[in-house]
Design a protein around this ligand. Structure first.
Ligand code: ZN
Length: 72
């Protein structure tokens, strides 16, 4: 059960609104085909590539404020 509203409504990388909520702080962009993992305590979003087998490879991180939230 999610008590908080998901902090991402559009992809911070490509701006797509095809962002699915996987649960918790995990999101998936249908255009980038990348998983976004929000780390509120660290103020950033980690970005992962997903291969055919579903393995995640870290490709970088973004400032959380770019997702539409003001920086703390
Ligand atoms: Zn995207």
């Amino acid at each position: 059960m999610d008590r908080e509203r998901p902090p991402i409504r559009s992809c911070p990388q490509c701006g797509s609104r095809r962002v699915g909520h996987l649960g918790g702080y995990h999101f998936f962009c249908g255009d980038c085909c990348q998983e976004l993992q929000v780390r509120p305590s660290q103020g950033r979003i980690d970005v992962f590539d997903i291969d055919e087998e579903g393995n995640l490879t870290a490709v970088g991180s973004l400032r959380l404020s770019r997702a539409g939230r003001p920086a703390p």
